[in-house]
Structures are given as C-alpha cells and as structure tokens.
Design a protein around this ligand. Structure first.
Ligand SMILES: Nc1nc2c(ncn2[C@@H]2O[C@H](COP(=O)(O)OP(=O)(O)OP(=O)(O)O)[C@@H](O)[C@H]2O)c(=O)[nH]1
Ligand SMILES: [Mg+2]
Length: 434
C-alpha cells in the first residue's frame, strides 16, 4: 500500500448543511495537529477550529474524529472532519489539506480499496457497498446490505473449506499411499463434494433474480401508433416525460422512466409505435423498439380498446400483457386489462399486475447471494471443475488440479486471489470519497 495520505469530501458535491471530509494514511495525526491544533482522543468527537497551518484566521469550526490504525474503516490512521457544507468552506479546507506534503485527493473508491487491502472488507462486501450506495428501492437496499454483511463471503468460505478438505485427502493419498490399497478419488470425495455442487447449482438458479433486482425489471410499452403509450408513461411517471399528440408516429426515441413500485426497481420504456414507418427517423425508432424487445422482462401491448392483436416476433422469456386503452370513450374487449390514462381508470390494477410479475421475477432481496455476472461466472467455473474432479478413473494428480482450479475461482469472488483487473473495474464505479 502506498504511503500517501488521501482525503476527499465524502458527503457529495454541492451545498448542504454539513460536509464530511475523510482522511486516511500515515499523516492523519500530523494534519489534525497542524490544522485543528490538537491530537484528538481516538473515537471521540472534538469541537475544533480549523486553520491553515500557522495562520490565525479560522477557516471553519466543526467536529473532528480520529481513528488510529488498525481500528478504522480503512485499517490505516483515519479521520473525519464534519464542517459546514458551503462550497467555499469545503474548497478552502481541501486546498489547505492538499498543501500538506504527502497528501493528495483520493481517487474514486480509494478508501474502499484500502479497506480491502487491509482486510477490513472482502471483494463481495465492497460490491455490496457499491450497490448500497446506488440502491434506489427498499429491496435493492436489502439485497446490498446482505452482501455488505458478508452473506456471499460466508457461503464461499464454506465451499472453500470443503474443497480444501477434499484436496487434503487427495494429497495425503498422493504422498503416503501404499502400493496395495486402492483409493478411488471419485468415491471418496463424492460425499464431501456433491453437496457443494448442489448448493452452487441452487445459488446459480436464484442468481437471475438477484441480478435483475440490481438492474431493475424492464417493462416495454408497445403497440400501434396513437394507442396511448406515451400518455400511459406520463400517467405512471406522474410527470410529462414524453410528448403526446394525436399525430400517429409521435414517439421516435425510446424514453425511460425509473419507478419504485412497492420496493422494486422498475424501468418503464416508451417506444415508437410499431408500423411500417413513413420516414427514415421513424423507421430507426421502430427498429430500436424491436431490438429492445429481447431485453425486456414484461411487454405491455397497448391498443385502442384492445382491438389489435400483438404483432411481435416470438419472444424468449418476456411475458406479454394485452392492455386496452382509452376506456373512457371506447368499448373494451373484456378479457383485456382496460385502462384510461386520461381518467385514471384501471391504472391501479395495471400497476398491481406489473408489481405481481416483477415480484415473482425479482424476489425481495432477502435471499440474494450472487448479485453480479462476475459471481455467477466464477461459481460456474468452480462447479464445473468440481464436477470434473469427480469423473471416475481419474489420476490423483488431475483430481488435485481440478480442485485447485475450483478453489482459485472461488477465491476470486472474495478477492483472496490476485485480481488487479477486477479491482480496477469495481473501484472505478465508486464515487470519490468512498
Ligand atoms: N380519451 C383518451 N385519449 C387518450 C388516452 N390515452 C391517450 N389518448 C390520446 O391519444 C392520442 C395518442 O396518444 P399518445 O400517448 O401520443 O400515443 P402513442 O401510443 O404514444 O403514439 P405514438 O408515439 O405515435 O406511437 C393523444 O391525442 C392522447 O391524448 C386515454 O386514455 N383517453
Ligand atoms: Mg408515443
């Protein structure tokens, strides 16, 4: 780890009542002494006056908290300064901090990276932290807090322990086997490893829901031009997001709105009405709509009074609901969900319908384990290697190799195995100050 001391505003950009500045690294105690005039008692809040070193004029007054290594969020000497949240206050203090030798502004995610390096968090927890910061709905929060609490780490450790146990059996056999006895690795290891394979398969099956919960449940509003798609989008978003007009072919670009529906993240997408397009721009809009169909979880096919049947290519996975629009002045066919975006008739029922399907697809985040494609890929890799190790008639050396491959894949999930490129990818998503 570098010997730089880093600092950053942790409380977000812009004007606020209070801003929090974090510092981490070996110079922290010196900086506090020089700018706040004291060596604070660890883990106590001190009310201090902050100044540039040697200056009389105060910059601001606020609270200083000091956490000496290793009992700190980063495992290094660490401090937080709570100051007034005006832009000029923060700018002045950051300027003073930057002038100390050995101090510099933190890169995005650098505090979390130091926590990882010092064993305060593992990689799956860091990912949970990133998701918690980004969480917009209750279920996303619940899922992220489980990851941050180490749910995946504990499971992975359980698997690794059993792998290590199996490997020990194989290696003992390699080192000490008598010429005479017959050790059949597949037979000896199966009782230990079959449950691991089963648990991994179960986690993989459930992972689609967790990943979806991170990304949101995508609902596409489809239908012929003028069927009322944009009007419905505006009604659900409760603001004028999309242009509505009586002219068919009004919408060309896809317009997305994010909703929190009973704790679930829903992305609603308005699209260009599906028809033989009359001009080049509309044609592109229709092509984009068709391309997006494959990525949606739910398709709402809107038509006036429910009169038109869906004209769509075969779809894999996504469900389709037919919706009859403009129920305020049209007779709607009965088996359809009838709505009027103008009067609000049927909208609650439609929302319930969407929520029900989303719930079935997403779960509520309380059992989530694999929240990222990265986890899923590594567990698949580990599972495959374990399965291969159990092939009958395999030489012990190869069995040991398979088990090591599986162990390394699992190690990568929690960052126990060197994974610089993964780290760069993950930490670059963080905001500065985290
Ligand atoms: N009476 C009534 N009119 C509606 C309703 N929903 C939409 N309209 C009208 O129908 C016309 C078309 O609505 P849009 O929402 O622009 O239709 P669209 O499906 O987005 O059309 P394109 O973007 O052209 O594909 C507008 O004049 C709306 O005011 C409704 O529930 N009741
Ligand atoms: Mg439209």
């Amino acid at each position: 780890m570098s010997s730089d001391t880093i600092f950053a505003i942790a409380s977000g950009a812009g004007r606020a009542a209070i801003a929090v500045i974090r510092l981490s690294g070996p110079a922290v105690a010196h900086v506090l002494a020089a700018s706040a005039g004291l060596t604070p008692q660890p883990r106590f809040a001190h009310y201090v006056t902050l100044r540039a070193p040697g200056a009389d004029e105060p910059l601001d007054r606020g609270l200083a908290l000091y956490f000496p290594a290793p009992n700190s969020p980063t495992g290094e000497d660490y401090a937080e300064l709570q100051i007034h949240g005006g832009r000029a206050v923060a700018r002045a203090l950051l300027g003073v901090l930057g002038a100390f030798p050995g101090l510099r502004e933190a890169e995005p995610g650098e505090f979390a990276r130091r926590s990882l390096a010092n064993g305060k968090m593992d990689l799956s927890q860091v990912e949970g932290l990133a998701d918690l910061i980004d969480a917009e709905t209750e279920f996303q929060r619940r899922q992220a807090i489980r990851a941050l609490g180490g749910a995946l780490r504990k499971r992975v450790e359980g698997w690794r322990e059993r792998l290590v146990g199996s490997l020990a059996l194989v290696e003992a056999e390699l080192d000490f086997s008598d010429e005479g006895d017959v050790f059949e690795p597949a037979k000896a290891l199966r009782p230990l490893l079959a449950p691991v394979i089963a648990e991994m398969a179960e986690a993989l099956t459930a992972s689609e829901a967790s990943e979806r919960l991170r990304d949101g449940f995508v609902v596409l509003l489809l239908g012929p031009p003028n069927s009322g798609k944009s009007t419905l989008l505006n009604a659900l978003a409760r603001r004028e997001v999309a242009i509505v007009s009586a002219i068919p072919g009004t919408t060309r670009d896809m317009i997305e709105v994010h909703l929190d529906l009973s704790g679930m993240p829903i992305t609603l997408v308005d699209t260009a009405g599906l028809r033989e397009a009359e001009d080049e721009i509309e044609r592109i809009g229709v092509a984009r709509t068709r391309a997006r169909i494959g990525e949606a979880d739910l398709l709402l096919w809107l038509s006036e009074g429910g009169r038109e049947t869906p004209q769509l290519e075969p779809l894999d996975g996504a469900e389709l609901i037919r919706v009859a629009t403009k129920a305020d002045f049209l007779d709607c066919t009965l088996d359809d969900l009838a709505i009027s975006a103008r009067t609000g008739f049927g909208i609650d029922r439609l929302l319930e319908e969407i929520a029900g399907r989303a719930k079935r697809r997403l779960g509520d985040g309380s059992t989530a384990l694999l929240t990222r494609e990265r986890h899923r890929r590594l567990i698949q890799e580990a599972k495959l290697a374990i399965e291969t190790s159990l092939d009958s008639g395999k030489a012990l050396e190869f069995v040991a190799d398979d088990l090591r491959v599986a162990g390394r894949a699992l190690g990568r999930i929690v960052g126990a195995v060197d994974v610089e490129e993964v780290l760069d990818a993950i930490f670059s998503q963080f905001c500065i100050g985290k």
